[in-house]
Design a protein around this ligand. Sequence first.
Ligand SMILES: [Zn+2]
Length: 460
Amino acid sequence: MIQLRDYQERVLDDITYEFNQGKNKICATMPCGAGKTILSGWMARGTALKNRRVIFMVHRQELIEQTSETFTAMNINHGIIATGAPKDYDKLVQVASVQTLVKRLKDIHPPDFIICDECHHVVANTYRKIIDNYPNLKVLGVTATPERLGGHGLGDVFESLVIGPTVKELISWGNLSDYQYYAPPAKFNADEVRVKFGEFVKSDLEVQLDNNAVVGDIIMNYKKLADGMRAICYCVNRKHSEHIAKSFNDAGIPAIHVDGETHKSVRTQAIKDFRDNKIKILCNAELFGEGFDVPAMEAVILARPTQSLTLFIQQAMRAMRPDPNNKNKKAVIIDHVGNCFRHGMPDEDREWTLEPKKKKHTGERTLSVKTCPQCFSAHYSNTRQCPCCGFVYPIAVREEMPEQKKGELIKIEEIERKIKRQEVGKARSIKELEMIAIKRGYSMRWVSRMAKIKGIRRLG
Ligand SMILES: [Zn+2]
């Protein structure tokens, strides 16, 4: 019998409260590893017990199987709506692929409730078509990163945002393993790469990154920083991924490239060999993102720059699942492409908001991370000393940090973030907290919790 963890109960309470307030579209933030599927299964079961219909909607075929397994482990009787799966529409709980569901809206019983996994995709047409098809539908969206590429909030779909636990909290409670982040000097210049639809153009990335010098660095740094660990390496495309896998093999480190077109039996064997420690490195372009979890995986190699905070978080945190056999596990992240300078550290506290406003494209947008020149560990900038090796930064080196040259845009963004943080810090009354909550679309439950943390009492 699977029980909810305390923080999952708390998130469940907050979601229920929002629905009871008459809201129909709620978004809940849950970091990777916080147990979104379990919480969703819990809610799906509760809905079915009231004899109502619920669909858990995922956007990739691979996630159907995984969700179905979790639901089965939770004794949730469910049908599956996906290409190739037998139709069983009478079951109250359905696990559905978005692509299949949108084509079968006429065939299925209208749902009372839809839980939308990875709901940062929700603004896409297929999702809107499904949701808009049922006027009184209740929708819960769950995601680790409630924003779209380019930083837009999801306020055009959701009415309220429930803030789940933070990555820092999950690490401190042991629900995620701690990590060591390295950002060795990158042979990659983002200024020379075109950006289309908010993301780097892959052919440009390939030109810069698929060469022996860059790939050689990846092998060298793996040996230096993560030797012997099982790692996933995220690459630009198939050719790049195959090149890296071959170079690892040539260096005597067993590696394999796997992608969506790899035959299923080969893929399954590769994952099995990885679990059995016969393969050390799994190279891929985007295959092992959302939902791929191997507890014994200890390292992640980032060889593909991205503008997407969602993709960055999913890839960087992939090795942070705790290992029951290794209580002291510390995941190693080796970032060869400076993603941490664009997006910050994986456990950075982020000020989520439903506000749909567009942020300016600022390229390397954060000042909060720097790399130690001695050990390459990446860490927050607000320290004079490297927390990993103890290196003391001379003032001159600090001034030469490359991200400081990036000019005014970065400063503005940093100031904006600071103001947002200060907003909460400066709030002295329930009223002020409420104003912040309304502006950002937070649940009013957030107000009472924040008031409690800050020791503010309701007057009268
Ligand atoms: Zn250091």
